[in-house]
Design a protein around this ligand. Sequence first.
Ligand code: URA
Length: 435
Amino acid sequence: MNMLEIIRKKRDGLKLTEEELKYVVEGYVKGEIPDYQMSAFLMAVFFKHLDEDETYTLTEIMARSGDYLDLSDIPGKKVDKHSTGGVGDKTTLVVGPMVAALGLNFAKLSGRALGHSGGTIDKLESIPGFRTSLDREEFVEGVKKVGVVISGQTGNIAPADKKIYALRDVTATVDEISLIASSIMSKKLAIGSDAMVIDVKVGSGAFMKNMEDARKLANLLVKIGKMHGRKTVALLTDMDQPLGRMVGNALEVLEAVETLQGHGPEDFETLCVEIAANMLVLGEVYSKLERARMEARKVLKDGRALEKFKQMVEYQSGNPRVVDDPENVLTFASNIVDVRAQDEGFVHHINAEKVGMAVVMLGGGRTKKDERIDHSVGVEILKKRGDKVKKGDVIARIYASDFQKIQKARELVEEAYHFTSTEPAKVPIIHGVIA
Ligand code: URA
């Protein structure tokens, strides 16, 4: 078999066999296939796609490329969650402690920033001391002890996805349904959880820009999960403006802590409650969604979820004072600049991808594999969809370390905002559920 032939075959839209997909994945993981050929292959897949059979096969090959993380010695139900990636999406930081406070085990392996969308591991690393690479024993012990642990993808869980994901990030081949589905599900299947909730984002800040693609992806994810005996639910959720108010690593941790303190932004809190409630039903803590939602809201308001977050931070060697005094424990960039409305009217939508790109530009994300990021930078969104503004009102705030980058970031944020003279219709944060 040879890589050139396989690239050509996919470039011409032909179906690949299991042996061919195995050759590509295994060869790339072993370093026998160079980045330039793998990049060409990924671009061919981007344009010609993988069909359902090819996607299942690729998922299996990637899931089996490393170890299986057996969680069976953790008593009780283990329910996982995943987001297809968005802007301002700090949901895992809140949902994990919420469900752990209600008796589920949340054993989560998370990723780093990808393109314009942030990554949970980068966010957590803005907490001083927080360790994101735990070995298996520490990971499992933490879940047994605290109920919630969030660690980086270890070297041995779906290493094929880890390597391919990093290459996709820098070759503009992320937003392809079969690649996203196989990437997500290979990691999920390599971890022994009982069930999972997948948050499929749709809109300008998501990899899926329209509802049709988002539904396709959600159906595929649920199908793959079920084929492997995992109870899987996908939520289709709005990403046509950043989630919550904060975008950027330390800023998002601040907002997550505020939400766990019971005063988070409404859209973000609603999403956290919905995801947590679905996890609680899949994990059989409650039989009805309505009751699960009620209990999920309660743990946000009475401090139990915040206490779980604190225990997790402590277990992972982070500074637990982040829970009581996040403003002083976290570091925020010192150049803070207002962005003002260029028009008057109602905010109609905010292109979340542009806001995400502004944060990448400020140094809060990556444009090259393994680039270091600046956790302190970001954008605070002060006016959201439906808000009325006058020309000159402050609509957003930029946090920059490098003064030179402010102008470009400001332009991106200004371009992200779209105004209309009439009040736009309300858009719900949850568009649908696929179960
Ligand atoms: N999240 C993943 O885990 N993989 C993708 O490809 C996109 C989002």
